[in-house]
Write a protein that binds this ligand. Structure first.
Ligand SMILES: [Cu+2]
Length: 504
């Protein structure tokens, strides 16, 4: 109805004034009555000198977004941003040294109004090892500020810019080697509101994708180190929302209720990969693609370039878990690009019948992996117990192996052999390590029944994950009680010939 009405307006306007065939024009024409000429770009964004007392920008950590500026005139806005190099978890039991704007990945969210004069203070913490600077894509001037903000550890610099163009912009560090600074997490978003502000919504969230490159494998426990060659080869170890695998899952999931309007400011820091941003089970009512002014409607997946952003909006109808992914789907399930929006409220069976399939679809991604982390720490400290291995193995088994072998290891007759009381398994635990690493394609007999099927190689699991899973299996459902150590798996991995196409 609404669209139809707006189209009529545009048709009338077109007859009278010559309507350009531009995607955003009907709305612009209908709401402002002006010629649909966009926002006039930087020429139209200078509303003169700042008025009133200077204000300090409210900076927020992801996934939070500062409140609207609610200002009607240009102001002088002071931004204080501190660069801090921090050790944090990139995945359960995996530490990484991030370089950050404001202590988080992505960096603090900055929100100003078009026409504001921004006095930018960049501080580099005295404990930093590196000099840093900042290039804001919303700045008109050399290097987007980078040329004026090179800041050594323990120093601070200052530069001022006028925010001429409205939009959602990425900022990032641009100190050599630029790719390394970006890959270590040095990026964030600055929103330059249109002068009239944005329409109110119930929730605003700040989500930013980035790709990470480590010497070790995905989820390999311990302190992961940046891998320059993998970064040059664009061979990401992790692809993440908000800088860590569990930053927006479990207790940290985003939360909303049914019948609410949700707006997400979604950035992509890169350094290399384009995001195919998608929310499983939702349709974006509106996408301001590329962070610009025009909007596309009814979008399933939107492309966000490295060093770009998009504003997506949708309305919630049905309660449940909605999963944010990079729909280049191995990134979601095998590199970490997955986040959850929990929508609470009453069921709407008229819109969606309600059978929940989250559990197997998302496997271990939504389950708590605390036990895995505890086991990894104990392993590093040399204090790992059988009980800790079993607890970690139980968490990992669910979703990884249970999809086929079933939750209680009972298997499915003629298709997936049982692991519970399996004579085949118990006869040779070393062989079992090889099966998990390399898969199995030859006919076997388990407890008198024949199987001639295919188990895919699970070599994406780390050595301690495989050790913990098999220890759990060996100590469950009436099995022998054997223990498999990480060392045994490492040896098996080093000595077995990798089948064609198997990872590592
Ligand atoms: Cu830097």
């Amino acid at each position: 109805m609404r669209t139809h009405h707006l189209l009529c307006v545009c048709v009338v306007a077109a007859l009278l004034a010559g309507c350009t065939n531009d995607r955003g024009s009907p709305t612009v024409a209908a709401t402002t009555g002006k010629a649909p000429a966009g926002t006039g770009g930087s020429h139209a964004g200078d509303f003169g000198p700042p008025q009133g007392e200077p204000v300090h920008a409210v900076l927020t950590s992801p996934p939070n977004v500062p409140p609207p500026t609610n200002r009607k005139a240009p102001a002088k806005v002071i931004v204080d941003l501190e660069v801090i190099e921090v050790d944090k978890e990139i995945a359960e039991g995996v530490q990484y040294t991030f370089w950050t704007f404001g202590g988080t990945v992505p960096g603090s969210f900055i929100r100003v109004r078009q026409g504001d004069t921004v006095e930018f203070h960049l501080k580099n913490h005295p404990d930093s090892k590196m000099p840093h600077n900042i290039d804001l894509h919303g700045v008109t001037g050399p290097g987007g500020g980078a040329a004026s903000s090179f800041t050594a550890p323990g120093h601070q610099t200052q530069f001022t810019f006028k925010a001429l163009n409205q939009g959602l912009y990425v900022y990032h560090c641009a100190t050599a080697p630029v790719g390394m600074h970006v890959a270590n997490g040095m990026y964030g978003l600055i929103l330059i509101e249109p002068p009239e502000g944005l329409t109110p919504v119930d929730h605003e969230f700040y989500v930013m994708q980035g790709d990470f490159y480590t010497v070790g494998k995905y989820r390999e426990k311990g302190h992961a180190v940046f891998d320059m060659q993998k970064a040059i080869d664009e061979n990401a170890t992790y692809v993440l929302f908000n800088g860590a695998e569990s930053s927006l899952t479990g207790p940290k999931a985003l939360k909303a209720s049914v019948n609410q309007k949700v707006r997400m400011y979604v950035g992509n820091g890169g350094p290399n990969l384009i995001s195919n941003f998608h929310v499983i089970g939702e349709i974006f009512d509106k996408v301001q693609y590329e962070g610009g002014t025009h909007a596309q409607e009814n979008v399933q997946t939107t492309l966000i370039p490295a060093g770009g952003a998009a504003t997506v909006e949708f309305h919630t109808e049905v309660p449940g878990n909605y999963v944010l992914v990079d729909h280049a789907i191995f990134r979601a399930f095998n590199k970490g690009a997955l986040a959850i929006l929990e929508v609470g409220g009453d069921a709407r069976t008229d819109i969606y019948s309600g059978k929940q399939v989250d559990e197997t679809y998302l496997s271990d991604k939504v389950a708590s992996t605390e036990a895995v982390s505890i086991a990894a720490q104990a392993n590093a400290a040399g204090t790992l117990t059988k009980e800790q291995q079993i607890a970690a193995g139980a968490a990992l088994f669910k979703g990884t192996c249970s999809t086929c072998h079933q939750d209680a290891g009972q298997g499915i007759a003629n298709v997936f052999p049982p692991l519970a009381k399996s004579d085949f398994l118990m006869a040779d635990m070393k062989r079992a390590v090889g099966i998990v690493l390399n898969g199995l394609t030859r006919p076997i007999t388990v407890n008198g029944a024949n199987y001639d099927s295919i188990m895919p190689p699970m070599s994406q699991l780390t050595d301690d994950e495989i050790a913990n899973i098999l220890t759990y299996v060996a100590n469950s459902w009436g099995n022998s009680g054997a223990v498999v150590t990480k060392k045994q798996v490492t040896e098996a991995r080093a000595t077995t010939k990798r089948p064609e196409g198997a990872a590592h």
